[in-house]
Design a protein around this ligand. Structure first.
Ligand code: SAH
Ligand code: TMP
Ligand code: ZN
Length: 409
C-alpha cells in the first residue's frame, strides 16, 4: 500500500490501492508451440492521484507490445456494438457535422465500425489506428486510415494535410493511452475552435458499483470520472461540456470536451459531479473497499470452480476477452478448471489464453458438446450471447457470472 507513482495527467502523487500481481498482456494469445519461458509479464496495480483524482495503472506497458500488426480485437464482433456505433455516427452527422465540408477524425478506429458510416455518408474523415491488421479491415470497408499512433506529432501532420477537425472521436481508446499530455496537445492542435472532442470509456463509477475489476488490464491505463476528466481538460485548455452515461461494455461515460470557454456545460455535467461526490467515488477508502470485493469474488469463484471439478462437471469459458486475462490470472484459472474458451475472433482461435494457457476454440466447438456450465467472460455482451445461445440453456446448461458477485443463472 506504500507504493506511489507520478500521475500521467497532473504530475501529482498516485497512491496504489490494489495489486493484481503478475499479469500477462491481455491480448497476447499464444500459439500452441509458444515458448512459455518468453511470455511477457508485468505488475498490474492501480492507484488514485491525490491531486487530480485520476485513477490509473502504476506501471505502463510499452505501446508497441500491445498495439501492432497482430492486435486481435475487432470491434465489429458484436452486433450490438455495431448498432451502437452506427447510432453515434448518425447523431454526429445531424449535430456536429452539419457545416460545409465537415471533417471527423477517429482515434483507434479499429476495423472501421464507426467510420464506415461516415465513408458511406460521403463525409471527410480519417481513422488513426496503429494496429495494422485491424486498420486494413477498416480500409477494406472504404474507410480512410492512417496507420499510426495518435500523439502530438501525428496531430500536427494531419492538421497540415487535412486542416482542422469539427469532431475528434475516440471510443475505448483514450483510456488506453498513458501519454495523455501529448494526446491533448494533439487534440488542441487539430480541433477547430468550434469543434468537439468526444470520447467514451469504461466509467469508474460503474466499475466500483459492479466490482467489475476485470476492466483493469494492461491496455486500460486510465479509469475516468467526470471529476478527473474535468480537471484533465482544465489543465490542457479544454473544458468538459457534456457527459452521457452509456450501458455498453458494462457501463461507460461519453465525455464531450470543447476548447475552454466555447460552450456552456450541460446540466448533466453538474449532476454527474454531484453523484460522484455523494458516492465518495474517487476516495481511497471507497477504492480500498472495491479491492476487498475483488478478493471476495476471487475466493468465491475459485471455490465454485474447484467444487464443480470435484463433482465431475464440465466448465467452458465464453468469450476470450482481454478482461478474462485479469480474472484467470488473478484466480489461477487454468485448463484444469476451465477446459477451453470459445470466441468468435479468428485471430484468437487455435491459440492459448495469455498467462493461463487455456485453449481458445470456436463457438461451434461450444455447441457441438455443451458443457454443464459456461463461465461468461464476455459478461458485457450477456444479453446478445444468452439470446444466441438459448439452446445451451434448453439443454440444461447454466451460466456462471462473477460480477458483481459469483452467481449461477
Ligand atoms: N474504437 C474501437 C476499438 C477499441 S480498441 C471500439 O470501441 O471498439 C482500442 C484501439 O485503440 C485499438 O484498435 C488500438 O490499436 C488503438 N490505439 C491504441 N493506442 C492508440 C493511439 N495512440 N492512437 C490511436 N489508436 C490507438
Ligand atoms: P470485449 O468484451 O472486449 O468486447 O470482447 C468480447 C470478446 O468476446 C471478443 O473476443 C469477441 C467475443 N464474443 C464472442 O465470442 N461471441 C459473441 O457473441 C460476442 C458478442 C463476443
Ligand atoms: Zn493527477
Amino acid at each position: 500500500m506504500s507504493n506511489t507513482s507520478q500521475c500521467r495527467v497532473c504530475g501529482g502523487s498516485v497512491d496504489e490501492f490494489f495489486d493484481f500481481g503478475r499479469q500477462p498482456l491481455s491480448d497476447a494469445f499464444l500459439p500452441l508451440d509458444a515458448d512459455f519461458e518468453k511470455e511477457f509479464f508485468f505488475r498490474l496495480a492501480v492507484g488514485l492521484c491525490q491531486e487530480c483524482t485520476m485513477v490509473q495503472l502504476m506501471e505502463e506497458v510499452p505501446r508497441d507490445r500491445m498495439f501492432h500488426e497482430e492486435y486481435p480485437y475487432v470491434s465489429s464482433g458484436s452486433a450490438y456494438m455495431r448498432e451502437h456505433f452506427e447510432g453515434l455516427a448518425k447523431r454526429l452527422l445531424s449535430t456536429e457535422l452539419t457545416a460545409e465540408d465537415p471533417f471527423v477524425v477517429e482515434l483507434g478506429c479499429n476495423d472501421g465500425v464507426m467510420l464506415k458510416a461516415m465513408a458511406e455518408a460521403g463525409v471527410r474523415h480519417l481513422g488513426v489506428e496503429p494496429s495494422g491488421g485491424v486498420a486494413d479491415l477498416a480500409a477494406a470497408k472504404g474507410v480512410r486510415v492512417r496507420k499510426s499512433f495518435f500523439e502530438e506529432s501525428a496531430a500536427r501532420e494531419i492538421e497540415a494535410e487535412d486542416g482542422r477537425a469539427d469532431v475528434i472521436y475516440a471510443a475505448n481508446t483514450l483510456c488506453h493511452i498513458p501519454y495523455m499530455q501529448s494526446i491533448l496537445a494533439g487534440v488542441r492542435a487539430l480541433l477547430k475552435p468550434t469543434g468537439v472532442f468526444v470520447f467514451e470509456d469504461p466509467y469508474l463509477g460503474d466499475i466500483v458499483e459492479r466490482s467489475s475489476f476485470d476492466q483493469i488490464y494492461d491496455e486500460h491505463f486510465f479509469f475516468f470520472t467526470a471529476r478527473s476528466v474535468q480537471r484533465m481538460a482544465e489543465l490542457n485548455g479544454l473544458e468538459l461540456v457534456d457527459v452521457e452515461r452509456l450501458t455498453v461494455h458494462g457501463g461507460e461515460v461519453r465525455y464531450t470536451l470543447a476548447p475552454a470557454g466555447r460552450r456552456t456545460p450541460s446540466d448533466a455535467v453538474a449532476e454527474l459531479l454531484r453523484t460522484e461526490r455523494e458516492n465518495k467515488l474517487a476516495e481511497l477508502a471507497t477504492l480500498q473497499g472495491f479491492g476487498a470485493s475483488v478478493l471476495k469474488i476471487r475466493e468465491d469463484l475459485v471455490a465454485l470452480l474447484t467444487r464443480l471439478r470435484e463433482e465431475g462437471r464440465t466448465v467452458v469459458g465464453y468469450g476470450a476477452t482481454a478482461k478474462s486475462a485479469t480474472v484467470t490470472n488473478l484466480c489461477g484459472i487454468t485448463p484444469e478448471l476451465v477446459s477451453f474458451v470459445c470466441d468468435t475472433t479468428p485471430a484468437k482461435q487455435g491459440r492459448l489464453t495469455p498467462g493461463t494457457h487455456i485453449p481458445v476454440r470456436t463457438p461451434e466447438d461450444f455447441s457441438a458438446t455443451y458443457p454443464d456450465y459456461a463461465l461468461l467472460f464476455a459478461w458485457n455482451h450477456a444479453e446478445e450471447i444468452m439470446a444466441k445461445e438459448q439452446a445451451f440453456r434448453e439443454a440444461g446448461g447454466r451460466w456462471i457470472l462473477y460480477v458483481p458477485d459469483v452467481r449461477i443463472v
